[in-house]
Design a protein around this ligand. Structure first.
Ligand code: MN
Length: 355
């Protein structure tokens, strides 16, 4: 049995790899302003947003610190990266990003945020790369923005913050985004949002709605909806990234595969088509996984074992789970030097085309 709370060993001061953190959040001051306005004068009915940002727009010292850090693309972020041993950060728009706003507002905010993030990255090109935000509500404009982000602004993929007003992107109307991602050869990071209004109620009364558990439920559901919809038969080279050690899906791999085979081949549900490959194959070949928020050796090694060392990447989940000592624990993992370098550096360089 592993020690539940082992002391964090000091990090390797001179590791034979760079540490690239792949799920690091940023929000533009304009979006933050709109979150605060929404909390003060609610216009939308999203209990998840109200619960999460009601706290983080408040005056608790932790909320103030997180709010300050998440809007920073300058000295404080660099200092925090230095203090925690992070060489490079893959920065993306924090949750729920623009995905609570109306169609036109959301698209315009995503485009402005992308410009602003690109400017911030340009000041620290050796430390930052980014993912493009988009609003799924206008799928064609989202696809164009993903293309602009990659080809004009230098972004390395796209960021999707969970459901969009309770809708999930397995709906074919949203597929232009995935078509664009596949054509551009870039991944989409499927990052958590709060559970949608349809599912959040039983989580709320015990504060199980956010990163503690609700995020994983909604995001894991979203990933499985994509998989069973046949999206990877339509876009076989599409790559989706899941954080938090895969939102626990790799742990479910055997049973998901067994049951999906049974359901899809008996034709018992009209919305679950028979697919070309098995669930197991899609979860291994169309997904990358990161350790965000899980600075713990056993699940990271499990993922490397069942999915592969070539698909598991490091992430911190800054600023939400900023742990200065985390990389010391992961430097010390009992895995091969090659697997460790793949985890911290090589897989991210390859997937995000970081030179
Ligand atoms: Mn995150």
């Amino acid at each position: 049995m592993t020690d539940r709370y082992p002391p964090m060993p000091p990090r390797n001061p001179n590791p034979p790899y760079k540490r690239i953190a792949t799920e690091e959040a940023w929000l533009s001051p304009e979006i933050m302003k709109r979150y605060r306005k929404e909390i003060a004068e609610p216009q939308i009915n999203d209990p998840g947003f109200t619960q999460l940002w009601g706290f983080f727009c408040g005056d608790h010292p932790m909320a103030e610190a997180q709010r300050r850090r998440i809007q920073d693309l300058g000295e404080e972020r660099i200092r925090d990266m230095d203090d925690s041993g992070i060489d490079m950060a893959v920065i993306s728009l924090g949750s729920p990003g623009v995905q609570i706003f109306d169609t036109d507002t959301a698209s315009a905010l995503a485009e402005a945020a992308n410009d602003e993030l690109a400017e911030g990255i340009a000041k620290y090109p050796d430390r930052f790369v980014g993912l493009a935000a988009f609003s799924p509500l206008d799928p064609d404009r989202a696809a164009r923005e993903l293309e602009r982000g990659v080809t004009k602004l230098g972004f390395k993929g796209g960021i999707l913050n969970g459901h969009t007003l309770g809708t999930y992107l397995d709906d074919k109307k949203y597929w232009p985004v995935f078509e664009a991602a596949e054509a551009l050869g870039v991944p989409i990071y499927l990052h958590p949002n709060m559970p949608s209004a349809q599912m959040i109620q039983p989580f709320l009364s015990r504060a199980l709605d956010a990163a503690i558990y609700g995020f994983a439920c909604d995001t894991g559901l979203h990933a499985l909806r994509l998989m069973v919809s046949g999206i990877f038969d339509r876009f076989p080279n599409l790559q989706i990234i899941l954080g938090h050690c895969g939102e626990a899906l790799p742990y479910w791999l055997y049973r998901i595969d067994f049951m999906h085979t049974r359901i899809s081949t008996t034709g018992r549900h009209p919305n679950v088509p028979k697919l070309k490959r098995r669930a197991w194959d899609y979860l291994c070949d169309n997904f990358y996984y990161t350790s965000s928020g899980v600075g713990w050796e056993p699940p990271i090694k499990y993922l490397m074992d069942v999915i592969g060392t070539d698909r598991m990447m490091y992430a911190m989940d800054y600023p939400w789970q900023f742990e200065k000592g985390e990389v010391g624990v992961l430097d010390a993992m009992d895995i091969t030097p090659e697997a460790k370098k793949a985890f911290f550096e090589d897989n991210a360089r390859r997937l995000f085309s970081i030179v």
